[in-house]
Design a protein around this ligand. Structure first.
Ligand SMILES: Nc1ncnc2c1ncn2[C@@H]1O[C@H](COP(=O)(O)OP(=O)(O)OP(=O)(O)O)[C@@H](O)[C@H]1O
Length: 267
């Protein structure tokens, strides 16, 4: 049976920012891993960079509504998601690839993606077509009926990306999606990101600064749970044009911004 969808759910929403955080505080264990973060994101592909422990995964988890903020304001697609907010509407419009994700090993790729589509409350009638399309978009069509336990690390990652995009999310959160992908798959993946970023907000965390240079329109740099810098990928490269540490202009720009921020914080 197809679930009845109310007019409020299908009406076009107007919101200035897909993601808006003000003074956001999120705990990870006892630590304030995100600690007073201000961030606004619109459509496009945003690369999330920062050193180990900067708070990238914790931020992603809060944006995915998996972790509740301990303070500050967070709105997604115009809805406040702090406090006792009803998260169902927002969750239907989210896609999230966690750094580590669980699955039933005996599920096939198709069953895994179908199951996730069902959890996102997609109408039953559209699920088979949406699953097929998602599996094709990540290049796994020929393995769609293989069991998850038989996949390589890179294939598993692609199955994870397929479940994240199955509902054509308006906010897509990908935590280190390129880990385990071979060079050719990485190129295909960048193309997919560019396509999705044309009309939705994509946030991709990565340690590979080269991924950011190649696939992202914008860059968000965080350290110690706070926003250090936000700008275009071209501006980041511009910051690294005059030398410094790093193999590429983007890497040098990253290192220079981080150094300047840390100098300010400790001054
Ligand atoms: N469950 C937890 N309990 C206690 N501390 C935690 C927990 N999870 C994360 N932390 C701490 O919070 C901080 C931020 O962690 P987080 O995983 O968000 O950073 P990250 O930027 O994703 O790091 P990486 O680049 O290493 O993946 C780190 O100092 C980490 O040690």
């Amino acid at each position: 049976m197809i679930r009845a969808v109310s007019a409020a759910e299908t009406a076009p929403t107007t919101y200035p920012w897909a993601v808006r955080a003000e003074g956001l505080v999120v705990r990870a264990g006892r630590r304030l891993a995100v600690n007073g973060l201000n961030l606004t994101l619109g459509d496009g592909v945003h690369g999330l960079l920062g050193p180990n422990g900067a708070g990238k995964t914790t931020l992603m988890r809060a944006l995915a509504t998996v972790l509740k903020p301990a303070g500050g304001q967070l709105s997604l697609l115009g809805d406040d998601v702090t406090g006792r907010a009803d998260l169902r509407r927002v969750r239907r419009a989210l896609g999230y690839l966690p750094q580590h994700f669980g699955f039933y090993p005996r599920f096939t790729v198709r069953e895994f993606v179908e199951y996730m589509a069902w959890l996102k409350e997609m109408p039953k009638a559209v699920i088979p077509g949406a699953v097929q399309r998602a599996v094709e978009r990540v290049g796994l069509a020929d393995r769609a009926d293989s069991r998850m336990k038989t996949l390589s690390g890179g294939m598993l990652r692609r199955a994870g990306i397929a479940q994240a995009i199955v509902n054509d999310p308006q906010v897509l959160l990908l935590d280190e999606p390129t880990v385990g992908l071979d060079p050719e798959q990485r190129l295909d993946f960048r193309e997919l990101l560019r396509e999705i970023g044309l009309d939705s907000c994509v946030l991709v965390s990565t340690h590979l600064v080269e991924d950011v240079a190649a696939a992202c329109t914008d860059v968000v740099l965080i350290d110690q749970g706070r926003l250090v810098w936000q700008g275009s990928a071209a501006e980041l490269a511009e910051r690294g044009r005059d030398g410094g540490v790093g193999d590429s202009a983007t890497e040098r720009g990253y290192a220079a911004l981080l150094r300047a921020y840390r100098g300010q914080v400790s001054a």
